[in-house]
Ligand binder design. Structure first.
Ligand code: IPE
Ligand code: IPE
Ligand code: MG
Length: 247
């Protein structure tokens, strides 16, 4: 499907649009249950919402859009549900390969891909190759992602380099630690939105969210719209970010 870049974007206002917005895409299961549908129908609907909101964010000038799609803890779910979610990833990556250049949105996957299906891993590799030369917003899909897991992996990799004499323990700083994370080169999210009514982070972007502003809403992810993004941005614009200082 061809999508006009500015379609649906509101008239320019004086609001500051965060350069990086992250979303915990929650509420798919409850959305389906409310309609008497299987939970997997909620994930399918949530996938469509992901695409709509990624396009919306691109149209208003967001530079990085990161979504939590499958956590390191989500393997606890019934095998059938996990399988349905993985096949949706397969489908969306395939479709991304066809449309990302045309739409000017690059796609990255953050997370430990070792336990996922080799076919899906191969698709991630193809998506990465295309993303290397796509200008425009970077959408990042967090799959088998856990904030603690990400930090432990970074620590392990740094320790390995030290043991091999390639790094010096005293050289590690808050700034260069980021280069060991999936978000290497990506600025921290200014705004993290959680739909679905829960008020917790569920292990999302633990390092990167140190000074993020959170916006919680009861809207379930499949019902999420550009208007909700606008409400979150408006709320973000009313906040005073002090970063520990005084204003
Ligand atoms: C979020 O929706 C999607 C994933 C965690 C994969 P849920 O499936 O958690 O939906 P609820 O929270 O049960 O409604
Ligand atoms: C968080 O949602 C993970 C994703 C949206 C991928 P969960 O539904 O897994 O979170 P909890 O279990 O309510 O904390
Ligand atoms: Mg949930």
């Amino acid at each position: 499907m061809v999508f006009k870049k500015k379609a649906g974007a509101p008239a320019a206002t004086d609001r500051a649009v965060p350069q990086h917005i992250a979303i915990i895409m929650d509420g798919n299961g409850r959305w389906a249950q409310k309609r008497g549908l299987p939970r997997t129908a909620g994930h399918a609907a949530g996938g469509e919402t992901f695409r709509t909101i990624a396009r919306y964010c691109n149209s208003i000038g967001v530079k990085y859009f990161t979504v939590y799609a499958f956590s390191t803890e989500n393997w606890k779910r019934p095998a059938e549900e996990v399988k349905a979610i993985m096949s949706l990833f397969n489908r969306y990556l395939r479709e991304a390969i066809e449309i990302m250049e045309k739409e000017g949105i690059s796609l990255r996957v953050f997370g430990d891909l070792a336990p996922i299906d080799p076919e899906l891993r191969e698709l991630v590799g193809r998506v990465n190759l295309i993303s290397d030369h796509v200008e425009g917003m970077q959408a990042s899909l967090c799959i088998n992602y856990g904030g603690r897991d990400e930090i432990v992996r970074a620590a392990r990799e740094f320790a390995r380099r030290c043991a091999e004499g390639e790094a010096d323990p005293d050289s590690l700083t808050e700034e260069n630690f980021n280069s060991y994370l999936y978000t290497d080169g990506v600025p921290d999210p200014e705004l993290i939105i959680r739909p679905g009514g829960e008020k917790r982070t569920s292990n999302f972007l633990m390092w990167q969210s140190a000074y993020s502003e959170y916006y919680f809403t009861d809207v379930l992810w499949p019902d999420f719209t550009g208007e909700v993004i606008e409400e979150a941005i408006a709320d973000f614009n009313r906040r005073q970010r002090r970063f520990g200082g005084v204003v």
